[in-house]
Design a protein around this ligand. Sequence first.
Ligand SMILES: Nc1ncnc2c1ncn2[C@@H]1O[C@H](COP(=O)(O)OP(=O)(O)OP(=O)(O)O)[C@@H](O)[C@H]1O
Ligand SMILES: [Mg+2]
Length: 343
Amino acid sequence: MDEMLAAIPVPAMAIDRQERIVASNGEARTLIGQGLEGRNYVTILRQPGLIDTIEAVLRDRQPRMSHYLSNDGVEDTNYQVTVRVVPGLQTIVLCFLDVTHLEQAGQMRRDFVANVSHELRTPLTALMGFIETLRGPAREDAAARDRFLDIMEGEAGRMNRLVGDLLSLSRVEQDQRVRPKDTVNLTDILSSVLRTLGPMAKEAGVTVEQEFPEAPVKLVGDQDQLMQVFTNLVENALKYGASGKKLTVKMTVMERDPALRAAGVRVQVIDYGPGIDDVHLPRLTERFYRADSHRSRALGGTGLGLAIVKHIINRHRGRLRVESELGQGAEFTVTLPLRQIGG
Ligand SMILES: Nc1ncnc2c1ncn2[C@@H]1O[C@H](COP(=O)(O)OP(=O)(O)OP(=O)(O)O)[C@@H](O)[C@H]1O
Ligand SMILES: [Mg+2]
């Protein structure tokens, strides 16, 4: 029995008619503890749901499923436990399947749907409210009508951006594993992003400094996606860091980048605004995460920008690093490999 259980790749143990553990594999001993053999399962497993299930299977010999929760002091691990009789032997076998990731994925999906609904509901509620007002009290009031239509346009625009960002996120996730294959000119991409956002910088009163190497930098990448990355980073710097009055975009070619352990190009987008508190840094690239949600919403942000950035950089096998100190501005560093490594 011990040898049979040793061949099972997940924690497994056998319990006899006398309610004693008669065999276990190494995985089970790592999970539950040493010295299991000969002990009564009730004193070892100690979780009522599982104990009831085993009792029932011992009674009527019908296979069942149960759960086991373990905690290593840091995090919970959820196991689905199958409890089945070995026909012919007076023994039942328990197998513990780790379903933590499945449950986390399910939770993430539920959170995502809840977030999307919430983000859409706010502008929708506003739109419905204004439609109501335009039908009723403001029917004959031309000035109010114009004002309301402006707000409605803004709200509809927000929903439009949100749906656009969601689509682009799902597209990026879809081709995450497909390596880009075109050669693109990063110098041109950055110049074009800065040209497009020039008017926004001007309006925000921000001077843009650019430090690029003399020779154009070329790499294998996806033109549109890289435009999207730097557009969002520069846009963020202008939206959230405008009070610093200055924005630096710096590109450096590294013969050997320590993070990539290969030749790379590093692009830094540096602003001198209010910065981002430490507590937010690790979560910044999560979908819908905003450091200052009030401000971000007021500025029309969807909170999806950096999530998209992160996915695109992953697809390019690059790195994203964010450094910031409150009051000292923020620095977003993108490192991309100059030559494609691997497939
Ligand atoms: N340069 C910056 N300075 C201060 N805070 C920043 C900066 N860049 C990003 N943030 C914070 O990070 C959050 C997430 O940024 P992200 O680009 O993902 O979303 P967004 O700008 O709110 O929306 P979107 O980019 O979809 O329009 C922002 O809401 C903002 O709070
Ligand atoms: Mg953004």
